[in-house]
Ligand binder design. Sequence first.
Ligand SMILES: Cc1cc2nc3c(=O)[nH]c(=O)nc-3n(C[C@H](O)[C@H](O)[C@H](O)COP(=O)(O)OP(=O)(O)OC[C@H]3O[C@@H](n4cnc5c(N)ncnc54)[C@H](O)[C@@H]3O)c2cc1C
Length: 322
Amino acid sequence: MILVLVTHDRGTVEETSFQALTLGRSIADDLGESLEAVWIGDQGGDSALLGEYGVGTVHHVTHEGLDDYGPEAWGTALGQLVESINPNAVVAIGSDRGNEVMAHLGAITGLPMVANIREAAPGETWRVTRTRWGGSLFEETGLDAPIKLLTVTEHAFEARPADVATNPEIAAFEPDLADEHFVTKIVDRVVTTGGMTLATAPVVVSGGRGVGSPEGFGPLEELASLLGGVVGCSRVVTNNGWRPHSDQVGQTGTVVAPDLYIACGISGAIQHWVGMMASKTIIAINTDAEAPMVTKADYAVLGDLQNVVPAIVKELKSRQGG
Ligand SMILES: Cc1cc2nc3c(=O)[nH]c(=O)nc-3n(C[C@H](O)[C@H](O)[C@H](O)COP(=O)(O)OP(=O)(O)OC[C@H]3O[C@@H](n4cnc5c(N)ncnc54)[C@H](O)[C@@H]3O)c2cc1C
C-alpha cells in the first residue's frame, strides 16, 4: 500500500498535496497496490475530494492536541500509524510542512527519507530522481528500505484526478501523544497578505533591483491589482528592505507557478529562476537583452520598466473603461 500524507493548515489543504497524491497513485498503479491517505487533525478533510484522486482509505488521525500544526506531534502520530498499517511507501508533498513532517518521521522510525523527488521507479531497489541545488541539477539515487519515505518536488507534476473516482473508507486512528510531542506548536498567526497569497495567485508581478526603490513598486502594485494578482520580488529587493521576505520568490523564498509571471527588472539568477520556472507564461521586462530572464522568458519587453509598466497600466485601464 502507498500512503500519502495530505498536508493542510487547519483544514485548508495545501493544493500541491494533490500533486503528491497523483504521484502516489501512479506508484500504487505500477505496483498493483492500494492508494491510501492520511489526514491529521479534526478540522476539515474532504474525503470525496480525496476519492477523486483514487484514494481507497483515509486514515483520520485525531487527538485533542492536534487542533493545530505541530511538527513533532504530526511526525510521531504518523510514525505510530505507519507502524500499525505498514505501508510500502509514505509520500508527501515537498512543501515546508511536508518535508518537515517527513523528516521527523524519518528520524523517529530510523528510515531513510528522500526529499524532493520528481520521478520514482519502484523495483527491488527503487530508483528515484530528486531535485538538488534548488532545481539546477537532478540526482538519480537508489532507495532500499522496508518503508520508503518520499517527498515530491512541488510543481514537478500536474495534479491529475483518477479516471474513476472512489468512495474512500474512513479509518479512525488515535495516536498516543504526550506533552513532549508538543514542544513546537503554533501560538499565534499574523496575516501578512489579505486574500490571495503569493503561492496561489494566478498572476505575479515581480520586481527586482531594476525597480530601484520601495516607492518604485507602486506601478507594479497597480498592474498586479488590474490583472487580479499579487506582487512578488527578488532577494535583492528583500535584502534592501524594499519589500518583506514574504514577497520573495525563489530558492530561499516562495516557489510559485502562476498562469502569468511578469518579471520587472529581474536578471533571472538561478536561485530566482527555480522559484518561478513552473509559471505557465513568463514575461520579462528588462533593459538588458542578454539577461537570463529575457533569454528564457516566453515574451520579453526590452525597455525601462519605469516607462513600460505605467504604459501597460494605462492601456489596461483604457481597455477596462478607465
Ligand atoms: C544561497 C542563495 C540563495 C538565494 N535565493 C534567492 C531567492 O530565493 N530569490 C532570489 O530572487 N534571489 C536569490 N538569491 C540571489 C540571486 O543569486 C540574485 O542575486 C538575485 O536574484 C538578483 O536579483 P535581481 O534580479 O533583482 O538583481 P540583479 O541581478 O542586479 O538584476 C537586476 C536586473 O534589472 C535590470 N534592470 C535594471 N534597471 C532596469 C530598468 N530601469 N528597467 C528594466 N530593467 C532594469 C537589469 O538589466 C538586471 O537584469 C540567492 C542567492 C544565494 C547565494
